[in-house]
Design a protein around this ligand. Structure first.
Ligand code: SAM
Length: 289
């Protein structure tokens, strides 16, 4: 099979003007026009014979990353909210990577609400690789991880500061709800920084890559118990866990009891707990809820 030709600045300009696309901030439309960055993202994904079986891409845009993914993966489902971009994508892949065009399915949907009924699940998605729209990157990431538990590997590009927050460790200032919730699904790592000039239009801030190895087995009922505890613990960061969790457990003293049962100091703040602490709290004995 021939390899794909990746999109450079002239291709992006031509496609955008053909479609009469003026990129919007609202949809986070910053298109990659640098083949080296596309290769770097695909390399970072470290696809294996398992994780390359069915890749979800959110926001394929003009197809820059999609072209890298179709050559590396057996099947790619690209979810794009903008109907003009979704409609053009199959033709772009057929033009630039004709031998791989049948690997692609495009779904013109909002990734925030997509569910397994909306895509071909004959092989459930094994990976998520995307240059995410920045203003909704964390909600999309957490939504897809929840909806598609078969995802074993994630590589996403987000704003650099969001990447730092996702990969933050307990006890740091930037550690928060996204860090703990992402860690629920697996090992989260910061995987590189990307400058502004590889995009058209160039965003104001740098971007960062985040990888997640989703190795933790979990049940959705565990997640439904753990996530409200995480939300409550970080709602007012300055509060002790005893106070912050009083609403969830009915009173401060019942929260303290639950924390002690899980061997967690009730005077700590949420930012000190890692995901295994939250899981222990959720699973250690009865609460009054
Ligand atoms: N992947 C392309 C690239 O790297 O050049 C484009 C990335 S651009 C940062 C984000 C893309 O996500 C845009 O194509 C935008 O239309 C799309 N998008 C924005 N919000 C979305 C949503 N809620 N669901 C699906 N796609 C969305």
């Amino acid at each position: 099979m021939t390899t794909a030709r990746l999109l450079g600045p002239a291709d992006i300009r031509t496609l955008a003007s053909e479609l009469d696309i003026t990129p919007t901030k609202k949809l986070g439309q910053n298109f990659l026009h640098d083949p080296n960055t596309v290769r770097m993202i695909v390399t970072t994904a470290q696809f294996t014979d398992v994780t390359n079986r069915h890749v979800l891409e959110v926001g394929p845009g003009l197809g820059s990353l999609t072209l890298g993914l179709v050559t590396a993966c057996e099947k790619v489902t690209a979810i794009e909210i903008d109907p003009r971009l979704a409609a053009r994508l199959p033709r772009t892949i057929a033009e630039f990577a004709p031998d791989y065009a049948d690997r692609l399915t495009v779904s013109n949907r909002d990734a925030l609400t997509v569910s397994p009924q909306d895509i071909d699940m004959s092989t459930p998605p094994t990976a998520l690789v995307a240059n995410l729209p920045y203003n909704v990157s964390v909600p999309i990431l957490l939504h897809l991880l929840a909806e598609f538990p078969s995802i074993a590997r994630v590589v996403v590009m987000v704003q650099a500061e969001v990447a730092d927050r996702l990969a933050a460790r307990p006890g740091t200032k930037i550690y928060g709800v996204p860090s703990v919730k992402a860690a629920f699904y697996g090992q989260v790592r910061r995987a590189g920084t990307i400058g502004k000039n590889v995009f058209w239009p160039a965003p104001k801030i740098d971007s960062g890559l985040v990888s997640i190895d989703c190795t933790h087995p979990y049940s959705s009922s565990l997640r439904d118990t753990v996530f409200p505890l995480i939300d409550a613990a970080f709602l007012q960061r300055r509060k002790t866990l005893r106070a912050a969790l009083s609403g969830v457990y009915g009173s401060a003293s019942q929260a303290e009891e639950a924390l002690r049962r899980a061997q967690i100091d009730p005077t700590l703040r949420g930012e000190k707990l890692d995901i295994s602490d939250f899981i222990r709290l959720a699973t250690s004995g009865q609460s009054s809820r």
